[in-house]
Design a protein around this ligand. Structure first.
Ligand SMILES: Cc1cc2nc3c(=O)[nH]c(=O)nc-3n(C[C@H](O)[C@H](O)[C@H](O)COP(=O)(O)OP(=O)(O)OC[C@H]3O[C@@H](n4cnc5c(N)ncnc54)[C@H](O)[C@@H]3O)c2cc1C
Ligand SMILES: *[C@@H]1O[C@H](CO)[C@@H](O)[C@H](O)[C@H]1NC(C)=O
Length: 439
């Protein structure tokens, strides 16, 4: 069994569980975290970027976090624990709800880091600036990690392997809307949304959601468009087509509305400012070529990524990805040859194209998430996904898609009910959200 010296970039949920699994497998670990605490996304940051669209991710002081103040989890706590360290059945920050607020998750991650021994390995205020392979093509391949410490000094250290865990919910994906230069109102990405107060005197807020779709070929159903019964002030619309000459937002299905703010809830893009070398690219939000979302084919196994895939039980997936990386590095699990991985990736891309799935959804695990989780589990000798967890996640997704926020507080009473209030609204392209002024 090989014991590797491993650098982990980032101390969010992914970096923390990656470090635990690497330790368990006998590796030596250093975790680099640029902020002043571990927890990543779950460390609520009341600041927002000066540019409400955050178009320049390299802007000085760019804010990492994307949580808003009142955020509660969208998955039940049972789906947000790690093996041997559950979130369910325990209370970490005084919030026992099934769908707790963000402070509870942060306190859980803090306790996890302490108990697993990872906390002591996290170097805070240590920003990784550059990761590069040494001795390319000479068999013995190692990695140089350049990082800036608290004092501003830049140092470079050599590791056998690097696991990238820098998060995927920081750099906004802002779609280009036709005619947007004619827009006279404000624009903001949800990355910078913290509290409702600044919106109180805005007459109408238009909120655009990304395509939420159960099947890639499904279109939104026309009869679902229009006002949502549930809310005073929410309408569903198909995709924004363009901004009209005199200001209103024109939707693809024909109607138009006026608004004061466009709030983009259009998701995020992968961004690795510290990686710059051949054979690994981000193209239309596809990080590739990447074997099973974890190992870049050219640099496997010594460079890996934990946390790229989504539309799955995130924490469990982070843990399985981490176990796989740790086992491959030790030699307990093996990868195909580079040619084998390249061929597998090519086949996967071909299948996505055949299914009409856009490149930018490469790392979405829907609908093959169970298959993926079980495949990972098999690589590392873990049991298959429990049916109970699978059903719970699918039930939560239906609730999320229903756009009915109340599911969180009804969840426990409706244990048996996975239809009713949480029936999906079809596949919704965009939601027009007009908030009435309080006057
Ligand atoms: C609004 C919102 C709601 C969500 N709700 C849920 C939910 O209910 N349930 C759920 O399971 N998931 C949810 N998620 C998904 C969430 O992203 C994951 O739960 C989890 O936080 C991902 O962890 P991560 O470690 O991959 O990334 P992050 O938590 O983003 O952590 C990345 C870390 O890397 C550090 N870093 C970045 N670059 C560098 C560098 N160059 N050098 C050193 N350190 C660096 C960052 O400072 C950060 O600490 C939500 C996400 C968002 C944005
Ligand atoms: C990975 O790192 C180990 C130890 O540094 C080295 O022996 C091995 O050749 C590396 N593998 C690749 C494919 O670079």
């Amino acid at each position: 069994m090989r014991r590797a010296e491993v650098a982990v970039v980032g101390a969010g949920a992914a970096g923390l569980v990656a470090a635990r699994e690497l330790l368990r497998e006998g590796h030596a670990v250093a975790v680099f975290e640029k902020s002043d605490r571990a927890g990543g996304t779950w460390a609520y940051d009341p600041r927002a970027d000066a540019d409400p669209l955050s178009l320049d991710p390299g802007a000085p002081g760019a804010v990492h976090g994307s949580l808003y103040a009142s955020l509660r989890t969208n998955l039940p706590r049972e789906l947000m624990g790690f093996s041997g360290f559950p979130l369910a059945g325990r209370v970490f920050a005084g919030d026992p709800r099934t769908f707790p607020g963000h402070r509870e998750v942060l306190a859980f991650l803090d306790a996890f880091a302490e108990e697993s021994g990872v906390a002591a390995l996290v170097r805070l205020r240590a920003e990784v600036l550059r990761v590069r392979p040494l001795g390319q093509g000479q068999g013995e391949e190692q990695w140089a990690v350049a990082w800036r410490g608290e004092d501003g000094e830049v140092a470079e250290e050599v590791f056998d392997a690097v696991v990238v865990c820098n998060g995927r919910c920081t750099v906004p994906l802002v779609p280009k809307i036709r005619g947007i230069d004619k827009w006279r109102g404000k624009q903001m990405h949800s990355h910078n949304y913290r509290t409702p107060e600044p919106f109180r005197d805005q007459v109408r807020v238009l909120c655009t959601l990304p395509l939420i779709s159960a099947g890639w070929k499904t279109r939104y159903s026309e009869d679902r468009l229009g006002k949502i019964e549930l809310y005073q002030n929410v309408w569903l619309h198909a995709e924004i087509d363009r901004i009209q000459d005199d200001g209103p937002v024109q939707f693809a299905e024909g109607s138009a509305v006026s608004a004061d703010i466009i709030l983009y809830c259009t998701g995020y893009r992968y961004h690795f400012p510290f990686l710059d070398f051949d054979g690994l690219t981000v193209d239309d939000n596809r990080v590739g070529p990447m074997y099973k979302h974890v190992f870049p084919t050219k640099y496997a196994p010594n460079l890996s990524f934990v946390g790229l895939p989504y539309k799955t039980i995130i924490f469990q997936s982070l843990e399985l990805e981490s176990k796989w990386v740790a086992a491959v590095l030790s030699g307990r699990a093996t990868l195909p040859s580079e040619e084998g991985m390249v061929a597998a990736v090519r086949e996967e891309y071909r299948r996505m194209e055949e299914d009409g799935r856009p490149k930018r959804h490469t790392h979405s695990l829907w609908p093959e998430w169970v298959e993926y989780m079980n495949w990972l589990a098999e690589q590392v000798g873990e049991p298959q996904l429990e049916a109970r967890r699978r059903d719970m996640y699918e039930r939560a997704l239906k609730c999320i898609w229903s756009l009915d926020d109340r599911y969180r507080d009804r969840w426990d009473e409706e244990e048996e009910n996975n239809g009713g209030d949480c029936a999906p609204q079809g596949s919704i392209c965009h939601t027009a959200f007009t908030a009435r002024s309080s006057t």
